[in-house]
Design a protein around this ligand. Structure first.
Ligand SMILES: Nc1nc2c(ncn2[C@@H]2O[C@H](COP(=O)(O)OP(=O)(O)OP(=O)(O)O)[C@@H](O)[C@H]2O)c(=O)[nH]1
Ligand SMILES: [Mg+2]
Length: 675
C-alpha cells in the first residue's frame, strides 16, 4: 500500500444507532472501490468487519473495526463503530481518529437515541459531519419527512448533496448537477443551497458570488472548509445493501470530506501552554492511540494510532505519555478487518497499528516531544454487577481478564468498593454480558453475577458513657486479661473516627492502649448492625485494669471489640445510605411519568430543564438503592428514548422501616454463608 500526501488522506468514522447500516455501508464502499471481490453482508456472516464469532452470532458490531480504500488518488480510512449504546466506549474513542463523522440513519427507523447522541458527541469533539439516510429501498419510508426532521434536529446546515431518483433506485448528485430529476425536492434548489452554504463560510468567496464571478472550482476547493466548520452538513441518500448512492458517496469525499489539513486540528497541552499540531509529512512523529484490540485467537494486543504529524518507522524509538522511556514500535501495520498488512511507515494524517505494546487508549505517542491531547469525553459507566467466581482461586486470573477488557473499552471498569466485592461497571447489560461470555470462552473463567451491595454505613445517634468490658481467660495455659471502660460519642457526618485516650494515671499500661484502639477499629470495619462499616464516632478510653502477667495486646484488642459492640448497641444505632444526584434525559412528554416514578423511589425533585428537540432533563436526589434497576425502568417508561447519569452526593440516615429490611436481609445472607 503506497503512502500518499497528507492532503490525500480522508479519515471517516461511521457512527449511528444500531442496525442503521454502518457496517453494510462500509462493505459497500470497500466493494465499490475494488478492495473486496464481493460485498460482505452482515446477515450472511460474510462481512470482513463484523468478523468475530461473537459478532457473527449477534449479527451486530461489538467493537470498532478498521478498513481502508483508495479512490481516485485518495486514501480513505474508515472506522466503523458499533451502534449499541453498550459499546459506546470504542465508538467515542474512534472519533479521535477522524476528521469526519458519518452519521448513518435508517430511513425506516428514523432518528433514534444513539443517532442524536453520536451527533452531539461528534459535534462537541469538533468533527465535520456527514449524514447518510440509508435503507432508502425499504418499504413505506417517508424520505422527505425524515429530511425535514433531520433539518429540525440537527439544523438548517443539513443540505442534501444527493437526492433519490427513479423511485429510490438511484441517486442524483446535486453538486455535480445544476438541475435534474429527483423523487422529491428540486436538484436545482439543492445545488443553490450547497453553493450558498459553501460561500457563506468564506467572505472573499461570498463577494465573488454576489458579483456573479464565482467559478465552480473555487467553490469546490472551499467546500471542505465549510463542512469542517459544520456550516454545511451534507446529507446523502443510500441503500448500502443494494449498492445505491455508493459511487456518489466516494466521488464526493475529495471535495466535501475535510482532509487532515482542512479538518479539525488537534491541540496539545492546556490553556496558555497549548499548541496546535500542524500535520506535516516529515519530521518528529506525534500520534494518539484510539483503539486497542486483542486478537481473540492469538491474544496478541494491537494498538491503533492516528498520526497527527511527522513520520514513524520501525527503527525509531517510540515514547508515550505513560511510557516516556520509549520502545521500538516494531512492524508498522495497516489493519483491514481482522487482517494486519505490513506498511513502511506511520505518517501524519493516516491510521496504522502496532503489535504487543503496552499502551492505553488516549495515550499520546511520539518520537521527540509531546504533551497530552484531549480525547472526546466518555460517558460515565453506570450499570454494574458484582461478580462471584465459580471456582476458588480464579480471582487473580479474573482480574487479569477484566483488565484486558477495560483497556479495550474506555466505558468498562472494574473495582473493589468498600463492600469488598469485585464489581464491574459499564454502559449496559449487553456489554457486561458480552465480556463475561468472552471471559468464559477465551479464558475459561466462569462467574456468577448479582446486583452489587449498596455501600451502607453504620453509626450511632446517642452518646453512651461508662461502658465497661472485661476480657478474661485464665483457666489452663497462658492467661489473657484486659478490662476497659469507654465512652462512645456520635461525631458530625463525614468526621470519621477518633480515639481519645482519657486515662489519668496508669489504670491501663501505656503499651496496651493502642491495642484497644486496634480492637475498636477491627469491630468498626466489620460493623455491628448489619455488617457495614461504622463511621463518624469518637471512642474515649477512660478507665480499665491491667493484670501483671495475663494482660497482653490480644486481650485488650478483644476488650476493645467487646466494649465497642456493647456501647454501639446502646447508642441508638442507625444505618446510613448513599444518596445520589440523578439526571434523567427523556422526551418532554415523559417528564411527569419520570417525576412520579422518582417520587415513588423516595426521590426529592431538584428541578428540570427543556432541551432542544423536545427533550427534557429531570434532576432529583434519590437513594442509590432505589435506582439500582433504573436502567430497565427508564427504558420501559420512555421506550428506550431516555438516558441517565448518577453522581455521588452524600449519606443520610435510612428510614426505620427500610433499615429493618436491610438488617433482616443481612442476617439471612449471613445465615446462608454459614449454613
Ligand atoms: N433493505 C436494506 N437493508 C439494509 C441496508 N443497509 C443495511 N441493511 C440491513 O440492515 C441490517 C443491519 O445492518 P448493519 O450494517 O449490520 O447495521 P449496523 O449499523 O452496522 O448495526 P450495528 O453494528 O448493530 O450498530 C442488516 O441486516 C443489513 O443487511 C439497506 O440500505 N437496505
Ligand atoms: Mg455494524
Amino acid at each position: 500500500m503506497a503512502l500518499v500526501e497528507v492532503d490525500k488522506y480522508r479519515n471517516m468514522v461511521l457512527v449511528g444507532h444500531g442496525g442503521s447500516g454502518k457496517t453494510t455501508l462500509a462493505e459497500a464502499l470497500l466493494f465499490k472501490a475494488g478492495m473486496t471481490t464481493r460485498q460482505g453482508s452482515v446477515p450472511d456472516r460474510s462481512s470482513i468487519l463484523d468478523a468475530t464469532d461473537e459478532e457473527q452470532e449477534k449479527l451486530s458490531s461489538l467493537d470498532s473495526a478498521l478498513c481502508y480504500l483508495t479512490h481516485k488518488g485518495l486514501h480513505v480510512n474508515l472506522v466503523v463503530t458499533p451502534g449499541d449504546m453498550s459499546f459506546c466506549g470504542p465508538a467515542v474513542a474512534a472519533l479521535a481518529a477522524a476528521e469526519c463523522a458519518v452519521l448513518v440513519i435508517s430511513a425506516s427507523a428514523g432518528i433514534q437515541v444513539n443517532t442524536r447522541k453520536m451527533f452531539e458527541r461528534s459535534r462537541d469533539y469538533g468533527l465535520a459531519i456527514w449524514v447518510v439516510v440509508n435503507h432508502i429501498d425499504a418499504p413505506n419510508v417517508d424520505l422527505p419527512g425524515l429530511l425535514g426532521q433531520i433539518q429540525e434536529q440537527f439544523g438548517p446546515a443539513c443540505v442534501p448533496l444527493t437526492l433519490p431518483t427513479k423511485g429510490a433506485k438511484a441517486v442524483v448528485d446535486c453538486f455535480a448537477h445544476e438541475s435534474g430529476e429527483a423523487d422529491f425536492l428540486s436538484v436545482a434548489d439543492a445545488h443553490t443551497k450547497l453553493i450558498d452554504a459553501i460561500v457563506s463560510a468564506d467572505e472573499a468567496l461570498m463577494e465573488k458570488y454576489l458579483g456573479g464571478e464565482l467559478n465552480p472550482d473555487e467553490a469546490r476547493q472551499a467546500a471542505g472548509r465549510a463542512v469542517a466548520t459544520r456550516e454545511l452538513i451534507p446529507v446523502f441518500f443510500s441503500s448500502a445493501r443494494a449498492g445505491i448512492g455508493i459511487t456518489e458517496f466516494l466521488d464526493n469525499a475529495a471535495t466535501f470530506c475535510p482532509s487532515p489539513l482542512t479538518g479539525k486540528r488537534r491541540v496539545m497541552g492546556d490553556g496558555e501552554e497549548s499548541v496546535e499540531i500542524e500535520p506535516k509529512a516529515e519530521g518528529p512523529f506525534i500520534g494518539q492511540v484510539f483503539k486497542i484490540r486483542s486478537d481473540p485467537k492469538t491474544h496478541i494486543k494491537y494498538v491503533s494510532i492516528r498520526g497527527y504529524t511527522g513520520r514513524l518507522t520501525s527503527d525509531q524509538t517510540l515514547r508515550s505519555t505513560s511510557e516516556p522511556k520509549g520502545v521500538r514500535p516494531g512492524q508498522i501495520l495497516r489493519t483491514f478487518g481482522l487482517e494486519q498488512r505490513d506498511e513502511e511507515a506511520g505518517v501524519a494524517g493516516d491510521i496504522f497499528s502496532l503489535a504487543k505494546l503496552d499502551l492505553s487508549i488516549g495515550d499520546v505517542v511520539y518520537t521527540q516531544k509531546a504533551g497530552p491531547i484531549a480525547m472526546p469525553s466518555f460517558p460515565k459507566p453506570m450499570y454494574s454487577f458484582a461478580l462471584v467466581s465459580k471456582s476458588r482461586g480464579d480471582e487473580d486470573k479474573i482480574g487479569v481478564a477484566l483488565k484486558r477488557f477495560a483497556e479495550e473499552d474506555p466505558c468498562f471498569r472494574t473495582d473493589r468498593p468498600a463492600t469488598g466485592e469485585l464489581v464491574i461497571r459499564g454502559m449496559g447489560d449487553t456489554q457486561l454480558r458480552t465480556y463475561l461470555t468472552r471471559m468464559a470462552k477465551s479464558y475459561k473463567l466462569e462467574v456468577e453475577t448479582k446486583p452489587p451491595r449498596i455501600p451502607y454505613r453504620e453509626t450511632v445517634t446517642n452518646r453512651v458513657d461508662n461502658v465497661e468490658y472485661t476480657h478474661k481467660k485464665q483457666t489452663g495455659g497462658a492467661g489473657q486479661y484486659g478490662k476497659i471502660v469507654i465512652n462512645l460519642v456520635p461525631a458530625t457526618r463525614g468526621e470519621g473516627y477518633e480515639f481519645v485516650d482519657k486515662i489519668f494515671g496508669g489504670a491501663i499500661d501505656q503499651s496496651f492502649r493502642p491495642s484497644v484502639d486496634k480492637g475498636v477499629r477491627a469491630q468498626m470495619a466489620e460493623g455491628v448492625l448489619a455488617g457495614y462499616p461504622v463511621v463518624d464516632v469518637k471512642v474515649e478510653l477512660i478507665d480499665g485494669k491491667t493484670h501483671p502477667v495475663d494482660s497482653k495486646d490480644i486481650a485488650f484488642q478483644i476488650a476493645g471489640r467487646g466494649a465497642f459492640k456493647e456501647a454501639f448497641g446502646k447508642g441508638k444505632p442507625v444505618l446510613l445510605e448513599p444518596i445520589v444526584q440523578i439526571e434523567v434525559t427523556c422526551p418532554a412528554d415523559k417528564v411527569g411519568d419520570i417525576q412520579g416514578d422518582l417520587a415513588s423511589r423516595r426521590g426529592r425533585p431538584q428541578g428540570q430543564d427543556m432541551l432542544p428537540g423536545n427533550m427534557a432533563i429531570v434532576r432529583a436526589l434519590v437513594p442509590l438503592a432505589e435506582v439500582a434497576d433504573y436502567n430497565s425502568r427508564l427504558s420501559s417508561i420512555t421506550g428506550g428514548q431516555g438516558s441517565y447519569a448518577l453522581e455521588e452526593s452524600h449519606y443520610e440516615v435510612v428510614p426505620g422501616n427500610v433499615q429493618q429490611q436491610i438488617i433482616e436481609a443481612a442476617k439471612r445472607e449471613k445465615a446462608g454463608e454459614n449454613g
